[in-house]
Design a protein around this ligand. Sequence first.
Ligand code: DUC
Ligand code: ZN
Ligand code: ZN
Ligand code: ZN
Length: 460
Amino acid sequence: MSVLIKNGRVITAGNDCIADIYIEGEVIKAIGQNLQVKAEKEIDAAGMLVFPGGIDPHVHLAMPFMGTFSSDDYETGTRAALYGGTTTVIDFVLQTQGDSLKAALTDWQSRATGTAVGDYSFHMAVTDFNENTKAEIKQMIEEEGISSFKTFMAYKGALMIDDRQMFGLMSEVKKQGGMVTTHATNGDVIDFLVAKHRAEGKLSPLYHYLSQPEVTEAEASNRFAQMAGYTGCPAYIVHLTCEGALNAVRDAGRRNYQVFAETCIQYLILDASLYENDFEGAKWVMSPPLREKKDQAALWAGINQGLLQIVATDHCPFMWEQKLMGKNDFSKIPNGHPAIENRIELLYSEGVAKGKISLNKFVEVSSTNAAKIFGMFPRKGTIAVGSDADIVIFDPNGKHTLSAATHHMNVDYSGYEGWEVSGKVKTVLLRGKVAIDGDECLVEKGNGQFIKRSKVSNIV
Ligand code: DUC
Ligand code: ZN
Ligand code: ZN
Ligand code: ZN
């Protein structure tokens, strides 16, 4: 199959020009003005923005968590991602403590293989670092194409590792050419505050927020960054939400440590006032919680200063029925919110259209940097000859309203109900195939490929 996309405004991290893109099979064969080629399919993209398929490196599909499972599986989650202009996602395999990394990987593969509609990869979450796990790191990187190792500094019990394990893991991962990532909040302090609030009978979603103050994240981010600096291990902080944590990253940079960081779309545009709406606030119970307006300003600045390289989602949807598990106790509300489908349109609308970030920066943080940091560049993350033809055709004037009634995520509410966005994902190509055409999804369950990733190159 060959496709010619004509006359679009082609935006990459470093370019912005009107051009045609010629695709043969799964990859881009030529880019230029007035290309004289015959293709089996022509798409007129005049007046449209054309940019690389989004990469969301932080999603949780069909994840066992807090006694339930996140409600999007690989089929519904990656399909919704495609509708929203995201062609590749990276999910987290969670090791079961006492068990091997390989066993967890096999489990996750069984849920994703033959199910995903869009492309996907895995991070490996190490929840029990010991001599056996240590021996598996090299194999994960070299044989499985999994070069990033996620850790939790909170969720004591099933997920959290202590600093001794963190240090050991960083030392080994550095040696093998990988990266350590973390959920950077101080689990012990959070557990103290959760217990205190529960003992005082303070049980509404607001107390989820008040149990994870900024200091819990700033402290853990700094501790993680310092350990990364000392061990020399490339490091990455997921879902960074606040000014204090951003300053920990800034300090690490001043010491020439290699600490990358991601924020998520919700932290840029929503704030903690949403927790004041009684149990309605459960829609935004996620960890870390939403923060303050001053943090939003810090995060936008952090993007433009290059301190935050990626805007992801931490997509982890739960049905309202599942959220109700915590009706009488905030600590039992499954943590997470749905955004996999909304990220690109919200970032364009709130970021580019409102003049907070440039179009090139938008492409960088929604796609290119994730491909570079996580070892998929230049196959993914750009529009270039030889790259996978993962392409979004976007109508910058496609105003519409976000709603659970029209979204494709398997969740019965929207965190953005009634939100007006100023642009719309119109057509999406995944490896040369038209996957989304307006309201239609033209690719099937099983179309998504597992993307093996390379060692960490250290270049962004
Ligand atoms: N935070 C969430 O909100 N959900 C999943 C895991 C996490 O760290
Ligand atoms: Zn997390
Ligand atoms: Zn997460
Ligand atoms: Zn939309």
